[in-house]
Design a protein around this ligand. Sequence first.
Ligand SMILES: [Zn+2]
Length: 280
Amino acid sequence: MTKSLKQLFEDYEGKRAIGSFNVHCLEMLPAMLEGAKEVNAPIIIQTSPGTAEYIGFDLLVNSIETLSERLEIDVCLHMDHCKDIDILKKAIDAGYSSVMYDGSSLDIVENIKNTRIVTKYARSRKVSVEGEVGTIGGAEDGMVVAEKDAIYTHPEDAYKFVRETGVDAIAVAIGTTHGQYKSKANINFELLEELSTNMKDVGLVLHGGTGVSDEDMRRCVRQGMKKVNVGTELNKSYIEEVNKTFSSATPLTSLRKLLLPANNRIRDIVIEKSKLFQLM
Ligand SMILES: [Zn+2]
């Protein structure tokens, strides 16, 4: 069934971090949920505002409801990094069960003010909200945030932000980078420890999960990360697979057969990551 992010945090407390996977095109979606089903894990499907417009808010909501009922798994549909409050309201009204307001480029006062507008709107509709304090570097939905502009989350800012906004989840900048797939991140575990010790009632979110080694990822989950975003790896892998099949295709080749290897790769990544996010 579809659940809010807050509900998933409660249901899987002490068991795992929940994988949040960016759907880039509708073709990927069944494979993502089938991967979660394979390992009996909950899954968060997240979209950028651009992908939501591309696929259609209603089609996403309806497809996820159909698939979650068919496969009998817990699914949350989440809007990733959105700076536009009207788009978030549209997502909530369409049936998203969680949204992220990204005010990380604003000063903390403005960020809190805007995030509060979103939490107020979402709460009355039982939808969860993720906020961001600090800046996670890298590419976000095609817009590049330079790595040097990434700013670690200041713990005091994060505590104040959570207290004053009432968010259910908070994206923290601890050294990961969006779009990283060629190298591995250097994570500030002391900062993570400090944040997780002092913010027990809110779910910490790791962005840029593709750039984290398996060993570091297990440690992040042990140290209290509750949601882990994986986007780049799915996009990159899909392209790798279709590059192989499309390069030898003729106009009469079955399109379905050209896409199947890419869909299968997506399913395998969801399986692998969902296992990795589990607490032993
Ligand atoms: Zn992100």
